[in-house]
Write a protein that binds this ligand. Structure first.
Ligand code: SF4
Length: 249
């Protein structure tokens, strides 16, 4: 191990009682900024009786951070989720939000995301602003209230694009920040994410994409996110995004 490319050192420690997931105390960073990741692997049951118990050299493969594509819609909704994920995954933020109206508002939200990603050194990808396609998909659902069928279509369009991009680009996990909002229905987001993992994510015999299914607003997630956003002085919009939600603001 070594060279300029090396950013992580992974230490695997075999012991009796501890197992992943990691606890905060199991993570650290050297003075040079190299991230240390300790994985505690429970001692495997020994086929050789008590004599060999706990002494057998194990052959568990080394764990490196898995690539995760995180669909994001704005900096205020992302800050808490990124904080929760980035110690355990190699996160890339994926900005695909053709629902946002007007284009100036889209640019504002994207610029704020970009500024913050640069500050915390988070990779960010901007996907196309497919606004015409968004309008085509929600046609007939324009008058629906927030959390109605228009929103279900809107969640799915954005999440599907993230899954397709993740599949084409070798990611192992997909997540979305959408469930941080108290105005968004986690049950539907969960159903869509798990279904896309099984369908878009399936790839012959190779491993499927996994959906990190979390209701981020739980455990005061939304409250903490709001506090963090205020501390960062983020630009914060006062409507969800589309032209119909803007009319209702
Ligand atoms: S209210 Fe929000 S989630 Fe619903 S359709 Fe409009 S932009 Fe999408």
């Amino acid at each position: 191990m070594g060279g300029d490319e090396c950013k992580y050192v992974c230490l695997i420690i075999e012991c009796e009682r501890r197992s992943p997931p990691l606890r905060d105390s199991d993570k650290g960073r050297t003075k040079e900024g190299i991230k240390l990741i300790f994985y505690f692997i429970p001692t495997p049951p020994s086929p050789y009786g008590d004599y060999a118990k706990g002494r057998r050299p194990f052959s568990t493969p080394c764990y490196f951070m898995s690539k995760l594509l995180l669909h994001v819609c704005c900096a205020p909704c992302s800050i808490y989720v990124v904080k929760k994920l980035k110690d355990d995954y190699d996160v890339t933020a994926y900005f695909y939000d053709p629902n946002i109206h007007p284009k100036e508002e889209y640019k504002k939200r994207f610029q704020e995301m970009k500024r913050w990603c640069a500050k915390i050194n988070l990779k960010l990808i901007e996907a196309p602003y497919d606004v015409e396609r968004w309008h085509e998909l929600v046609r007939g659902h324009e008058d629906q209230p927030e959390k109605g069928s228009r929103c279900t279509i809107c969640y799915e369009m954005r999440m599907r694009q993230a899954f397709e991009f993740a599949k084409e680009n070798g990611y192992e996990f997909v997540a979305t920040v959408l469930s941080i909002s108290p105005h968004k229905d986690h049950k539907r987001i969960s159903e869509i994410g798990n279904r896309l993992a099984e369908t878009v994510g399936a790839n012959g015999n190779s491993p499927k994409l996994k959906f990190v299914d979390q209701d981020w607003k739980k455990n005061d997630g939304f409250k903490i996110a709001s506090r963090m956003s205020a501390e960062e002085n983020f630009y914060r919009q006062n409507y969800c995004g589309c032209v119909y939600s803007k009319k209702k603001q």
